[in-house]
Design a protein around this ligand. Structure first.
Ligand SMILES: Nc1ncnc2c1ncn2[C@@H]1O[C@H](COP(=O)(O)OP(=O)(O)OP(=O)(O)O)[C@@H](O)[C@H]1O
Ligand SMILES: [Mg+2]
Length: 501
């Protein structure tokens, strides 16, 4: 008899100090299907996948893959069996080319057994052609945007011709166009018999692509059902263990005077003649396709890159911002989209990561006010429902979504006047997402001004008072909340030519 299941994980248990990450869970995946693994931040999804690919050794449980019981003690074994994974936290080698990164450790060899750069580039180009990915194989990884890095990572996982591909939040760093692209790739893989385990916090995606859905909560298996038997509300209820009646609505805030005005800002080719004003109490959304220059605008305003030209005025006075220090002094804060490179200090505790940017505030007379630090950090921990055994935990041991929450806390604790957030709820579960939206709304009500770059249309439409739409480094339009529709924004995002027609 043939097994309809390609993968059977049974009774998998994994304990970390202070955390029962997986409590005897099962996961059965059929060949040629997309199986979504859902659950709140810290539910154990990534941990189970790391067990499956041999990165973690389980404390208990069995794995049957392709008809026989297997011991997967290292990642090479996992790959050898035909299991590859796109990791939630990307870790490309920045100095390598795209091609080198893809074939790392299994480089195509030439006649003399030497690594053939040409063969490698050709193989990459063939792979990219097949999957319609437009990135040059010879580009350096460090010159790619986060979204391009993600696409390379996806291509790499596919290049192993695996029987099972795990995708741990593959779409958290890409925009709707690339999401659609990835979904087409997934359809094609599924039709040739490949199984996909898919992890995401984006509800609409789940129902678009899943055959089966498994839900975890607090390290436990809650349910496995065909996607056709679930809807959004049922799924959320299974995930959070209670009914979550509605997403948090944006609060009305009084819009005050202009706090930040940007005129004719230029920086390289991704920031071209950008002008806009930001007012107190306002949430200004930034929409656009991948590579439109939104992140670069924020980074230039924050002094990560020096502007080539243009003026920045804060509270009516022109300011010079040539490094982040200047921006912080001007009461600005920037939450970056790439938490691994610019955000998280992995070997420091959750507490240290939280207070890092607000340190001066906590040592007014040279002494650290530990009582206030403790109180403020605990308050943040509760407000954002942070899942960690203690504030002393190393941040690198937190789940992806919980790391993001710590970074949000870090900037909230600096009490900035101007808060710039790049993809605020990337990788954040449904419950915490509405919590973060509530916090943003409250800050606006307190007279703070917020710039929010987001690739999630519902977030842009739901949270913004006005939307700045960017296209190839320029502002292609600024849309009032009342006029902001998905169509209008997509039109502007695809360029002024499309709108004129
Ligand atoms: N290396 C580790 N050391 C200690 N604790 C860990 C480690 N890896 C994960 N954990 C803990 O195990 C639990 C499950 O984490 P996991 O990363 O599997 O969650 P997740 O479901 O993938 O969440 P997210 O949606 O946020 O990515 C969390 O409480 C996390 O803090
Ligand atoms: Mg995870």
């Amino acid at each position: 008899m043939t097994d309809e299941y390609l993968l059977r994980m049974q009774g998998i248990d994994k304990i970390f100090p202070g955390v029962h990450a997986l409590d005897h869970v099962d996961l059965n995946v059929r060949a040629g299907t997309v199986h979504s693994l859902m659950g709140e931040n810290g539910a154990g999804k990534s941990t189970l996948m790391k067990v499956l690919i041999g990165m973690y050794t389980p404390d208990d449980g069995t794995i049957v893959f392709d008809g026989r019981e297997v011991q997967i003690n290292d990642t090479a074994t996992g790959l050898g069996l035909g299991i590859s994974m796109i990791h939630q936290e990307l870790s490309p080698v920045p100095e390598m080319t795209v091609a080198e990164n893809i074939w790392l450790g299994r480089e195509p060899k030439g006649a003399l057994g030497l690594i053939s750069r040409r063969a490698m580039n050709t193989a990459t180009q063939e792979l990219f052609d097949k999957w319609e990915i437009r990135i040059s194989p010879t580009k350096l990884m460090k010159d790619l945007s986060i979204a391009q890095t993600q696409m390379v990572e996806i291509a790499k996982a596919i290049s192993f011709d695996s029987k099972l591909i795990i995708m741990d939040e593959p779409t958290s760093a890409i925009t709707e166009t690339e999401v659609a692209h990835l979904h087409r790739m997934i359809d094609q893989l599924r039709s040739t018999g490949t199984a996909i385990i898919y992890i995401t916090h984006k509800m609409d995606e789940v129902f678009k692509i899943s055959d089966d859905i498994t839900v975890f909560r607090d390290g436990k298996h809650v349910a496995t059902l065909p996607a056709s038997e679930l809807d959004r509300d049922k799924l959320i209820t299974l995930m959070v263990g209670r009914e979550l009646t509605q997403m948090f609505p944006k609060l009305e805030a009084e819009i005050g005077e202009v706090i930040l005005s940007v005129e004719h800002l230029n920086r390289g080719h991704l920031v071209r003649d950008v002008s806009f004003a930001l007012r107190r109490g306002e949430i200004l959304g930034f929409a656009g396709l991948m590579g439109a220059g939104r992140t670069e605008v924020l980074e230039t305003l924050f002094g990560v890159h020096k502007a080539d030209s243009g003026t920045i005025t804060i509270n009516g006075a022109p300011v010079t911002i040539s490094q982040p220090k200047d921006a912080i002094a001007a009461n600005m804060a920037l939450l970056t989209e790439d938490r691994k490179l610019t955000g998280i200090m992995g070997v420091l505790s959750v507490r240290d990561n939280m207070i890092m940017a607000a340190l001066p505030k906590y040592s007014p007379n040279g002494f650290l006010n530990r009582r206030r630090i403790e109180a403020d950090c605990q308050a943040q921990r509760e407000a954002l429902a942070l899942k960690t055994p203690s504030l002393n935990q190393l941040i690198q041991n937190l789940s992806g979504g919980n790391q993001q929450k710590v970074l949000i806390s870090r900037w909230l604790l600096t009490l900035p006047d101007i808060l710039m957030i790049d993809e605020p709820t990337r990788g954040i579960d449904v419950g915490a997402k509405s919590e973060i939206h509530r916090l943003m709304s409250m800050l606006a009500q307190q007279g703070k001004a917020i710039i929010m770059v987001s690739s999630e249309m519902p977030e842009v439409l739901g949270m913004s008072d006005r939307v700045v739409v960017m296209h190839e480094g320029t502002v292609s339009g600024i849309v009032e909340r009342a006029d902001a529709t998905q169509e209008r924004i997509m039109q502007l995002a695809t360029g002024p030519d499309a709108t004129a027609a």
